[in-house]
Write a protein that binds this ligand. Sequence first.
Ligand code: NAD
Ligand code: DAU
Length: 357
Amino acid sequence: MTLLVTGGAGFIGSNFVLDWFAQPGDAGAERIVNLDALTYAGNLRNLAALAGDARHVFVRGDIRDRALVDRLLAEHRPRAIVHFAAESHVDRSILGPAAFVQTNVEGTFTLLEAARVHLQSLALAERGAFRFLHVSTDEVYGSLAPGAPAFTEAHPFEPNSPYSASKAASDHLVRAWFHTYGLPVLTSNCSNNYGPYQFPEKLIPLMIVNALAGKPLPVYGDGLQVRDWLYVGDHCTALRAVLARGRPGETYNIGGWNEQPNIEIVRTLCALLDELRPGAAGSCVRLITHVKDRPGHDRRYAVDARKIERELGWRPAETFTTGIRKTVRWYLDHAAWVADVQSGAYRDWVAANYQSR
Ligand code: NAD
Ligand code: DAU
């Protein structure tokens, strides 16, 4: 049996692939064909532990390349597609939205079309078991007022950034391919992830690498924007549950039951770094710098993850206290990975996003 995973060299995708093979018995023996274009966010170092492992077939390519996707489906006959590949950073979507429409909308469209044709070539039993799992985000629901109930799966879509609009568009395409063509799709809408291998453009790893370098910790606006943080390993177990037991055509919210304002996250990181890697210049709290806000900045996200708990029996295993400590430790223990991702292209991005703030 085989899975086709897209974007499996990125943050969540690589955690998913590594966790998949770490499963005991037959589950971990299943092969993964990993299709990834290796954009700035894709990193084969994340998958270094799989070198020479016959269960993992890495293919460098674009999800918009229909001929390539058709060939991979015909050759490997996967029982499911798990679709992570995307442009994923809100700030990049503000400075350059085109790539978001190309990958997140056109790319998802290409995969859906290829999957639809592929499904028709399968025997009846294989067709019944086939799944297309679309990995999406809570950002499609827009921003919550303080005290408003958390997002349920029935919340209207109100995306506010080019990133979230492109993901919302892809979610709509996935839904339509279920209703119109009967493609057995599953959609997950997850909150903010953190953990190993996250590229340091996102809040938590950016603050860790800046603090270690004694650089300012740039908090957008007043820092009171709220996110719901989930350890990436918990997202992976949730996705495995959705893939195994989710009902085709359904969407499942995934969250950490852990709402926190950004400034609190940054203070927690400072406390952990002060403890685990004390700096000669004193607490890294001194580096916190409030900078110009993100345009269209969503004020609050909160996920109601009761449906996945009720229907699929999933709840996060990590608390924020355990997950964030593991994460900080991971960044401290992987200095070579951290140095490698801070290439010239990374420095160009930091200059583009932060110099004018
Ligand atoms: P990421 O940016 O770390 O990784 C994206 C991966 O997709 C990279 O490996 C990149 O090379 C690949 N990719 C990009 N364009 C491609 C293309 N055209 N063809 C093939 N591969 C391409 O992203 P992530 O944070 O791991 O997020 C993965 C998915 O999960 C995304 O769909 C994102 O919207 C969703 N998501 C992310 C979060 C989060 O907090 N990071 C939360 C909820 C949902
Ligand atoms: O909610 C799920 C989404 O979470 C995912 O779909 C996205 O792929 C992922 O990038 C993330 O989006 P956010 O915009 O919430 O994540 P980010 O880490 O970029 O920012 C988290 C919060 O921190 C947000 O309110 C903006 C703020 N921030 C971010 C950066 C990079 C800062 O204050 N300073 C910063 O330098």
